[in-house]
Design a protein around this ligand. Sequence first.
Ligand code: NAD
Length: 478
Amino acid sequence: MNVAVLPTNIERSWDMTIGGQAEPGTRHIPVFDPVTGHAFAQAPDATLDETDRAIEAAAAAFPAWSALSWDARVDAVRSFGAAIREENSQLARLLCREQGKPLDKAVSEIGAGLAYLEAYCSMKLAPEILKETEKQRIEQHHRPLGVVGAITAWNYPLLLAIWKIAPALVAGNTVVVKPAPSTPLATLALGRIAARVLPAGVVNVISGGTESGERLTQHEKVRKISFTGSTETGKRIMANASPRLKRLTLELGGNDAGIVLEDADPKTIAPDIFWAKFSNCGQVCAALKRLYVHRSIFQPLCDALAEFAASVKIGPGLGAGVQVGPMQNKAQRDRMAATVEDAVNAGAKIIYQSEVPQEGGYFFPITLLADVPEHTAVVRGETFGPVLAILPFDDIEDAVRRANDTEYGLGGSVWSPNIERAQKIAERLEAGSTWVNQHPSMDPHVPFGGIKSSGLGVEGGLRGLEEFTYLQIVNVKK
Ligand code: NAD
């Protein structure tokens, strides 16, 4: 049985993990508390040399790790999961403090990560005989790629890290993880946990920004990049990875539409629609970001959403009963303010705006916008924060056309008690996942990924696991 050993003092400098060793780093970045806007801890800003050493450590660990049997790797990954569970409360406090989300949501994020870890441990990519005759046998094997670079965003730091580490390891790869510079701490702590239970070099965690991220995407010994972040960075990573033709999984931005049909009951669906947008303070890649509502129920649904919004408690993540915390960082908060100002200047109406704590920090009010011109940034771009544009439609063909008129293609939803009709419409949304009467809904056994500018490849399910392997065909003449 593992024993929890993470330091209880959060307000400190956290170490990287390179080749199993704790590395304090040679230069540092401050980590800000989204509740106050003040720096409360620091993290290493990995130099190129430190990044290279992490990659070399992962490369050195690869032969022995990939030579283990599938079942032995699964046992080791399960021990990693058990060690994470031991540290659950300390990890959740760290996550809450650096990310800003309510403590119970931080606990559920870790729980969701562990559910993905366990799901990957339950899967197997066994060799398959494709053809067998008297003269020939052709087999298909899934082989690990080597060193995987895992680069994550700041909205779900631990969930995203585990989404990448668990399948990479089960499939036989070793990993260098780099979290976002504004939320490095819980992932650095994850590296210390990995060093306790896994062979040295199998999981390395460095922190820093673009410099170390770019090195990971360009280094010759990194064979695959699994990236979650913005579309803009995803495109840069694809360009940087192209000279060495690295494998890529890119989970990028989204601008998901939800379409509410005329037979939906506004009061019944308002809470689910609200949380489809405002979970994690609206900082969710596959949140519902544009709401198209049949004109006959437009006003009642706006009223029901505003009424529900008024019942939601906003405050510091550690506060009792808090459901929505501050935004994670100042840049994103300022972007939200500019997005709302642009929409209002273009004629949009604020139909509801919540109060927020006034003590400082990165709080932004829950904002519902109606009469929003379609050309504004809040409709065209990715609104990654607590602002929802609500738009009426008269004709379902027009709603589907407007929903699909976007560069993104992550998710989409249709809301109606007529499930068959709703499903037929959902199937016409151009997106990697479409949902009926919910948004989003994820399952560790189900692949998730985007099309168009929302990404390449999938995470989750057997398909997600396969992305950490290459196919080797062994063709034997008897
Ligand atoms: P970001 O692209 O700014 O940063 C993501 C990560 O990339 C960070 O770790 C950052 O340091 C690193 N990075 C930045 N420039 C780099 C470069 N040139 N080379 C290598 N690494 C680099 O994204 P963000 O602001 O942290 O996250 C928000 C975005 O993430 C939103 O667009 C959101 O939709 C998206 N997201 C997508 C998913 C999904 O599954 N599709 C999930 C969560 C978040």
